[in-house]
Design a protein around this ligand. Structure first.
Ligand code: ACO
Length: 352
């Protein structure tokens, strides 16, 4: 029995925010953002629009493309680091929003590796023969962690009030992160298939918690009493902290290793891959991983220029786009890889 992706869909918010829309908010330039990250634009959710809503849009479309009725879904896996509520997770929110049957929903939170972990979990649940039809979602709404009070409305055209010098100074402190993220969702349907060649071939997942501080949110956590207070917000402990260079270094060494491992598991080499889908955190990371694996650019698609980093959303969005425009064809050997906060990383090898 094989676990096969039978449907895909995406949920992208309507507000397109080009790099130029960020320059009034902080000391940055379109050129810096493009050359350091490859990002040209991103989309921001509407006020009140959460990751469960974007996820449900992607999920509806994935179910439609799979031709799977809602009542036939056996379980949902929702990967996000930006759920609508601290608890419960997005699973029940999605279940109610989509009017799904009272099926189990798993909330997982491996940040940029969330979709990869979700794929592995979906495959494991199918291989255990407990479930046959799984809906897997990776969705994020990052905009709420951005520190700007007026910036949200300015970037999506709801306010024309000028940003004050003080606001600009505060935003500039976090500019390395603020320019990198966008909102968006992708979803896939994973089904058990008893015949055919396509499906999961191998996965390798890893965690190393020795340097959590390289990328984490310090505040709003249950080790603190109370778990959120005015002081934490004043200190802006709700904004992710990131050692960009360290994460970059880890990404360009760990992802190629994981890709080589899943290939070796199946007796192939990276050169045998038709397509490598790399988590979209930075175009320079994508290019460095491709270079280490000696893969030509046509085998390593990217869309970070249009969406920025949508964390758990990047891989399903990219897979959906490549399938839709024909870059991914039936029979192709595809590898997914990601690294993110945790650190969590890994790779999945898959035959389309
Ligand atoms: N605009 C203008 N200048 C900036 C900006 C900005 N938005 N951000 C930082 N700078 C400045 C810095 O202050 C620094 O100035 P200085 O030299 O005067 O001190 C200069 O640019 C260079 O800064 P670096 O941090 O060295 O820039 P780098 O080339 O490393 O790029 C970046 C920074 C884009 C963050 C990169 O390190 C990166 O992409 N890291 C990995 C991020 C990542 O993969 N995250 C994981 C996924 S997220 C998740 O899991 C949730």
């Amino acid at each position: 029995m094989r676990s096969v992706i039978t449907g895909t869909g995406i949920g992208i918010p309507k507000n397109l925010v080009p790099n130029e829309a960020l320059t009034p908010l902080m000391d940055t330039t379109d050129e810096w953002i493009r050359t350091r990250s490859g990002i040209e634009q991103r989309y921001y959710a509407d006020p009140g629009q959460g990751s469960a809503e974007l996820g449900s849009i992607a999920a509806e479309s994935a179910l439609q493309s799979a031709g799977l009725p809602k009542e036939d879904i056996d379980a949902v896996i929702f990967a996000t680091m930006t759920p609508d509520y601290l608890f419960p997770g997005n699973g029940p929110v999605l279940q109610e929003r989509m009017k799904l049957p009272e099926i189990p929903t798993f909330d997982i939170r491996q940040q940029c590796s969330g979709f990869l972990y979700g794929l592995d979990l979906a495959d494991s649940l199918i291989q255990s023969r407990k479930y046959r039809n799984i809906l897997l979602i990776g969705a994020e709404v990052h905009t709420p962690f951005m520190p700007w009070e007026n910036g949200w409305d300015t970037t999506i055209g709801l306010s024309t009030r000028a940003i004050t010098a003080e606001e600009r100074e505060i935003n500039t402190r976090y500019r390395d992160r603020l320019v990198l993220f966008g909102d968006g969702a992708g979803a896939v349907v994973v089904q058990a298939r008893d015949d055919g060649q396509s499906g999961f071939l191998s996965s390798r997942l890893f965690t190393n918690g020795s340097n959590i501080e390289a990328l984490y949110v310090k505040g709003v956590g249950f080790r603190q009493r109370p778990y959120v207070d005015g002081k934490q917000l004043e200190d802006r402990d709700s904004i992710p902290r990131m050692e960009g260079r360290e994460v970059f270094k880890q990404a360009v060494s760990r992802m190629p290793q994981a890709v080589r491992q899943v290939c070796a598991d199946r007796g192939v080499t990276p050169a045998d891959l038709d397509i490598l889908l790399i988590h979209q955190a930075n175009l320079r990371i994508v290019e460095a991983v491709a270079k280490q694996l000696a893969l030509p650019p046509e085998k390593v698609p990217h869309n970070i220029e249009r969406y920025a980093n949508t964390t758990a959303g990047t891989l399903p969005i990219l897979y959906h786009e490549c399938l839709s425009d024909g870059r991914i064809q039936p029979g192709m050997l595809v590898c997914f890889t990601a690294l993110g906060s945790g650190l969590h990383w890994g790779a999945v090898l898959y035959r389309v």
